[in-house]
Design a protein around this ligand. Structure first.
Ligand code: SAM
Length: 265
């Protein structure tokens, strides 16, 4: 899978993708990341990429010409010419975009190519959005000074979901926001499809050695060797943590009768 990031600050990305899973994914040839410097597509002495907004107001806006030239140089067609089966996505990073979340990351991980446009100043001339972008993505309800951090977040979250990147193929299901692991039967009972899975909930707490640290002991059940009890405890913890920190996730989670009981306790 190929990521291409269009930015006026290419140096921002120096070293950023050279750690851990993303570095290994590149080394294994599963993921390729390239940075496109928008200033290389300007034709004036000052390498101008921005201009004042029509209609007045504060700040500057990224001009359409360097962006369009940069996109053309890497073979990106306008959305209208891309055709049905297109296996790529051109994304505008923007606080006005669709909120980035794990389902979007999963969807992008199935593509061959993802391009990310990093805005700066007041943003990007809207005609670039209309002509080339098939989606706008926001990484949260706050305003960053540029799209570079947002692009890096998207690349990191998507790259680890590209098939083959995580050692254990299934392990992305067993973390926060993972796919559901529970089959609900006709009576509202639950049959786990796999041993542990986030099932659209937050992850459960994790512990490692030492078993006691500064007077704090690891929950006994985790050292009991009783796999059914461990599974039950973990599910309970997931439910409680989700209820405490992200009750909104419970609306779409697949809950068994037992889960509902835990939540009302
Ligand atoms: N005028 C814009 C607004 O109020 O919606 C804010 C522009 S912001 C200062 C500059 C650039 O940072 C944006 O064009 C976008 O690329 C990026 N950016 C800022 N916040 C973001 C967010 N929450 N998610 C993704 N990108 C963001």
């Amino acid at each position: 899978m190929r990521f291409e990031i269009l930015t006026i600050f290419p140096e921002f990305f120096r070293g950023i993708f050279e750690h851990g899973i993303v570095r290994r994914a590149q080394a294994a040839g599963l993921v390729e990341i390239s940075i496109v410097d928008l200033r290389e597509f300007t034709h004036d002495r000052h390498r101008t990429v921005d201009d004042r907004p029509f209609g007045g107001g504060e700040g500057m806006v990224l001009k359409p010409e360097p962006l369009a030239a940069a996109l053309a140089s890497i073979g990106v067609l306008p959305v209208s010419d891309r055709g049905e089966g297109s296996n790529e996505s051109v994304i505008l990073t923007s606080p006005q975009g669709q909120r980035f979340a794990q389902p979007v990351a999963r969807e992008l991980a199935g593509l061959e190519r993802v391009l990310l446009i990093c805005g700066r100043y007041e943003g990007v001339d809207e005609r670039i959005n209309e002509m080339y972008c098939d989606r706008e993505i926001s990484i949260g309800d706050y305003v960053l000074s540029g799209g570079e951090l947002a692009a890096a977040v998207v690349v990191d979250a998507v790259a680890r979901l590209v098939p083959g990147v995580l050692g254990n193929e299934a392990s992305s299901e067993f973390e926060s926001f993972g796919a559901s692991d529970t089959e609900i039967d006709a009576d509202g009972g639950g049959v786990p499809r796999s041993q542990y899975g986030a099932g659209g909930l937050l992850d459960y707490p994790h512990y490692t050695r030492p078993a006691e640290w500064r007077g704090m002991a690891v929950p006994e059940v985790l050292m009991s060797g009783d796999h059914a009890a461990v599974r039950k405890w973990r599910r309970e913890q997931q439910l409680k943590k989700t209820l405490r920190n992200r009750p909104d996730l419970l609306e779409n989670a697949e809950l068994t009768r037992e889960d509902e009981e835990i939540l009302t306790r």
